[in-house]
Design a protein around this ligand. Structure first.
Ligand code: PEP
Ligand code: CO
Length: 391
């Protein structure tokens, strides 16, 4: 496998990129990534692709879950074991409810970069660049901590390596031979990092994105003529794309054509994150559009990202009742269109946290154990309640 070649997407615009090109370590960090061993293999990516094809054909389900933003400080074996067990528990729950086998994909081993709605925030009267994930800067509220540092890409690679080693061991030990996972996924956001880990194989028609098994494009970076879509269109990994309520049928059609031109079952997972209030109206025309074009996509419901609210004390939260309402409606619409609900995309903490609440009256408990680096996560218990309500 050779070094990455300049590709068409490199000249395209891209949102949400760290401003670090002038950093003295930028070129060296990029060079290091280009010479690094890919974190995942062609065989692994192909195996996950077969699993996703089964989900697309209605023969299996999928749970994709984990942190909103992973922490570099949680790459040790104990944390990985706890996160993989949480994912397994949720997948087992879906399996018990649906009677089907369930593919497991973590938001893990690379979920270190976050798109943000504003570039700066004001903390105690001081305006600072926002936290963009451990691949870019630190969450601590100081000028120094928030300065983007491209060497963090190298640290992200190392943290991911450590976690992937443990996930691989779990797949090897699995009764099903590891076909169902646990696999890694993250939002392919920082192009310096993702592009640095693309590997061309003369024997294969598409490149391998070596940073993760399953990359997805976020709601804020899925512009058709921008770099993120072009990059993921060029790799052989199965890919996901977030779809929010403002997506038009025409845009969705073009996204499907760009990301799944050959109509391969499981190649493209559409991750709908509409919001409780928008789903009933916005989802049906989008589902009809995809169905009419025949793209054999995986239909996934992310009830988290359209339902974030600001609690009275200022913390971000999500009400379980909203999440349940959105995913139930998602299931109703997709099944009415004669399609198979692939499963759920969730933000879940392995440890006991107080980040999402059942309903508004419970908001005063939020400060107790609010540990997320970014968005509020469900506990495993809350996520299980959601699964029981949806399936
Ligand atoms: C996320 O999944 O953490 C995220 C930012 O989602 P979205 O792109 O759907 O807003
Ligand atoms: Co999130």
């Amino acid at each position: 496998m050779g070094a990455p070649l300049p590709s068409a997407w490199e000249s395209l615009p891209a949102e949400q990129q760290p401003e670090w090109d002038a950093h003295p370590a930028h070129a060296a960090a990029l060079g290091w990534l280009r010479g690094a061993t890919p974190l995942v293999t062609h065989t692994e990516v192909a195996t996950l692709g077969w699993g996703l094809a089964k989900v697309a054909r209605g023969q299996a389900r999928l749970v994709q879950a984990g942190d909103c933003a992973e922490s570099f400080y949680e790459s040790g074996a104990g944390h990985t074991a706890a996160k993989a067990s949480a994912l397994e528990a949720l997948a087992d729950r879906v399996a018990a409810r649906t009677g089907q086998s369930v593919l497991r994909i973590g938001r893990i081993a690379g979920q270190y970069a976050k798109p943000r709605s504003a570039p700066v925030e004001t903390v105690d009267g001081v305006t600072l660049p926002v936290f963009r994930g451990h691949m870019v800067n630190l969450e601590t509220a100081s000028e120094l901590a928030r300065r983007p540092d491209p060497r963090r890409m190298v640290w992200a690679y190392h943290a991911s390596t450590e976690i992937l080693r443990d996930l691989r061991a779990r797949r090897v030990a699995a009764a099903d031979g590891g076909r169902l996972g646990p696999w890694s996924s993250h939002e392919a956001l920082v192009l310096d990092y993702e592009a640095g880990l693309v590997r061309h194989d003369p024997a294969a028609d598409r490149s391998l994105l070596g940073s993760t098994h399953f990359p997805w494009i976020g709601e804020r970076t899925r512009q058709l003529d921008h770099a993120h879509v072009a990059l993921l269109a060029s790799v052989r990994n199965p890919v996901g794309c977030k779809i929010g309520p403002s997506t038009t049928p025409d845009t969705l059609l073009r996204l499907c054509a760009a990301l799944d031109p050959d109509r391969v079952p499981g190649r493209l997972t559409l991750i709908f994150r509409m919001g409780r209030d928008a789903v009933a109206e916005a989802l049906p025309p989008l589902v009809r559009t995809v169905v009419s074009t025949g793209h054999p996509v995986v239909w996934l419901s992310d009830p988290m990202h359209g339902n974030t609210r600001r609690a009275a004390g200022g913390l971000k939260t999500r009400y379980l009742a909203d999440l349940i309402a959105e995913s139930r409606e998602f299931r109703r619409v997709v099944e009415r269109a004669g399609r198979h609900v692939g499963g759920l995309h969730l933000e879940v903490a392995a440890e006991r946290v107080t980040e999402c609440v059942g309903r508004p009256e419970e908001e005063n408990a939020l400060t107790e154990r609010y540990l997320s680096l970014c968005d509020p996560r469900l506990t495993v218990e809350q996520a299980s309640e959601l699964i029981d309500a949806v399936f």
